[in-house]
Ligand binder design. Structure first.
Ligand code: GRG
Length: 290
């Protein structure tokens, strides 16, 4: 995993415009946002799913970097005063604090465009590149990531039913996680109908860990301190946001995270040892909350 994180870091550093490229202020901020931080869970998932189908490692590295670019853009925009208004992310000042608001908006815009440019230039056949672009565009769009964020912003101070909360999390957090897993597989097994069982199992896996990821994020927001998280702790309660912890309580949330982990592992059973890395990633997500 350490090696995979290193490869992602390298692919991101190589895939982003150098800080000396005009406008230097923007590119400096862009690299500040994207490099040297974060758990890189989505690229790790992409690489682990790709390993299952013997996808070419260089394509997986660049694909993981593209997914991370979309993720970082979403974090930079989420931290803006118009959204979550946060001043700490990955243990350092958020982009609008370190630079300014306009720069943070532009950093997000540029990262999103760079992600799709990266996919369009992958060392893969054209139809595979189109399938990857489509997958990421669907996950990042208004029916998934952006839509989930819109619902989240509307729901502050309101109560949501448990299915509505779950739906929001599937859109806001789960969609990009699902895309990361599917895109890793697409790098090696492009024919989805011919590999229907594989994609069904991977979707079951990512649906479980996508939700577990959010449950754990809610638990950590309620239990960990700011220094450990690298972002402001206790923000959900402060913003009066409905979360898994506020609805179910801490113990039931921890039990749910463990149940979802078991579900993720069950989905991987048909692949045996070949899916060991995906299994370890599910454990990594859930163990953070204990
Ligand atoms: C602005 C379009 C738009 C979307 C924002 C990312 C996001 C959607 C909101 C952030 C708030 C939040 C707590 C989301 C749920 C879980 C999540 C995405 C956490 C951050 O991801 P990690 O834990 O972060 O993988 P690192 O820093 O490790 O990459």
């Amino acid at each position: 995993m350490h090696d995979a994180v290193h490869r992602t870091e390298h692919a991101l550093a190589a895939g982003l415009p150098p800080a000396e490229t005009l406008p230097t202020h923007l590119h400096e901020a862009l690299r500040y946002a994207a490099l040297g931080g974060g758990k890189r869970i989505r690229p790790l998932l992409c690489q682990a799913a790709g390993a299952l189908v013997d996808a070419p490692p260089d394509a997986l590295d660049a694909t993981g970097a593209a997914i991370e670019m979309v993720h970082v853009y979403s974090l930079v925009h989420d931290d803006l005063p118009a959204m979550d208004d946060d001043d700490l992310r990955r243990g350092k000042p958020t982009v609008h604090v370190a630079y300014d608001e306009a720069t943070a908006i532009l950093v997000g815009d540029a990262l999103q465009a760079q992600a799709f440019l990266t996919l369009s230039e992958l060392p893969l056949p054209a139809e595979r590149r189109i399938a990857l672009v489509r997958e990421l565009a669907q996950a990042a769009g208004s029916r998934q990531l952006v839509g989930g964020q819109a619902i989240d912003l509307q729901s502050a101070g309101r109560s949501l039913s448990q299915p509505a909360l779950e739906q929001m999390h599937r859109m806001k957090t789960g969609a990009l996680i699902r895309a990361a897993v599917r895109m890793g597989a697409l790098c090696g097994a492009a024919d989805v109908p011919a590999n229907a069982a594989l994609y069904r199992a991977l979707d079951d896996y990512s649906s479980a860990i996508g939700l577990a990821f959010q449950v754990v994020d809610d638990i950590l927001d309620a239990t960990a301190d700011t220094a450990t998280l690298g972002k402001t702790a206790g923000k959900d309660a402060y913003d009066d946001k409905p979360t898994c912890v506020s609805m179910l309580g801490l113990d039931a949330s921890r039990t749910l995270a463990r149940t979802l982990n078991a579900r993720a592992h069950a989905a991987l059973t048909p692949f045996g040892e070949r899916a060991a890395r995906l299994g370890q990633l599910a454990d990594l997500v859930v163990q953070r909350a204990h």
